[in-house]
Write a protein that binds this ligand. Structure first.
Ligand SMILES: NC(=O)c1ccc[n+]([C@@H]2O[C@H](COP(=O)([O-])OP(=O)(O)OC[C@H]3O[C@@H](n4cnc5c(N)ncnc54)[C@H](OP(=O)(O)O)[C@@H]3O)[C@@H](O)[C@H]2O)c1
Length: 291
């Protein structure tokens, strides 16, 4: 099985490359070699490589900047994934794509189900939702995994920001009224590999994934606030900074964030018998791995 991973320098792609390698021949391409803004070149690369599975880990992820770069966000998060899906549909290729909790408005009191109505409240969320729609409408053999609050020790994320600022500052004011599930790239990549490894040997990957096409919620279990996440980080890696809990109102950002974006993972459990670890265990695993 030839697997193409896009966005190879990203935090999730880095974990995917490690976890998918045992499952086939992995070709991991960075933006430099596979730029989703240059579709003609991507199309030529796809025709040359002829992958059996595309794992699209490339994305425009700058949530605040997206408010001023709508076209670019839509180009990378909506138009390009739709084209990848159309390519897959026409070329007997399967697709795995990642989406976000930010497709929801955050007004629900219980974890969101896959079929709950979407209503993104920022441009990034809108662009990711449009990508989901384009993929679903292509009818290709695609699994879309919605995840949230993604971190690892690679790239840019909340964990790395806390580890850095925790050593530099005396005080950190962290939002305590947005709830979600911190999710490690390690957990997502492991679950993705496990799903692929359940393919019966006689079935081509495209036929295997076609049976399960659709959206799945994939996050570490349970939830917290950004403040709770920061507290957990500093309990494991003591820092100089004192933490102060603040409200969203006290920390205005260009993009609005949902107040509650926990995702119900039952469909993932029922379909593939997979449950990701509790978010706190995943955090311990991430920080232990680095020490
Ligand atoms: N980060 C989160 O908290 C979060 C939450 C929910 C869902 N997700 C989703 O999870 C997936 C993985 O995100 P991540 O956290 O791993 O993001 P990331 O670390 O920002 O990685 C994204 C990668 O995409 C690449 N990229 C950007 N524009 C591109 C283009 N035009 N062509 C090709 N590649 C391009 C980037 O390249 P450069 O390295 O060159 O910039 C980067 O390596 C995404 O679908 C994201 O929407 C993330």
């Amino acid at each position: 099985m030839k697997i193409l991973i896009t966005g190879a320098n990203g935090q999730l792609a880095t974990s995917l490359i490690a976890h998918l390698a045992p499952l086939g021949s992995v070709v991991a391409l960075t933006r430099q070699d596979f730029d989703l803004c240059h579709w003609e070149e991507c199309f030529a690369t796809l025709n040359k490589l002829q992958p059996d599975l595309i794992v699209n880990a490339a994305a425009y992820t700058a949530v605040d900047r997206a408010e001023n770069e709508r076209d670019l966000a839509f180009q990378i998060n909506a138009i390009a994934p739709t084209r990848l899906a159309q390519y897959c549909h026409n070329n007997h290729c399967a697709l795995i794509h990642y989406s976000t909790d930010y497709v929801f408005n955050g007004q629900k009191n219980t974890p969101y189900l896959e079929q709950d109505p979407t209503e993104p409240i920022n441009i990034y969320g809108q662009s990711k939702r449009q990508g989901e729609i384009g993929i679903l409408e292509s009818n290709c053999a695609a699994l879309i995994f919605r995840t949230s609050w993604v971190y690892s020790l690679v790239g840019h994320n909340f964990l790395k920001t806390m580890l850095k600022l925790g050593m530099e500052r005396d005080e950190l004011r962290i939002i305590d009224d947005q709830r979600g599930s911190p999710t490690s790239t390690e957990s997502i990549a492991r679950a993705t590999a496990l799903i692929l490894s359940k393919k019966p040997t006689h079935l081509p990957i495209v036929d295997y994934l076609a049976q399960y096409r659709g959206i799945y919620h994939m996050t570490n279990q349970s939830d917290t606030t950004w403040y709770g996440f920061a507290q957990a980080i500093f309990a494991l890696r003591p820092a100089r900074a004192q933490l102060t809990a603040i409200s969203t109102e006290q920390y205005p950002t260009p993009a609005k964030r949902p107040a509650m974006s926990c995702l119900d993972n039952s469909k993932l459990k029922q379909t593939f018998d997979i449950t990701l670890p509790h978010w706190h265990d995943a955090l311990i695993a991430c920080l232990t791995q680095s020490s």
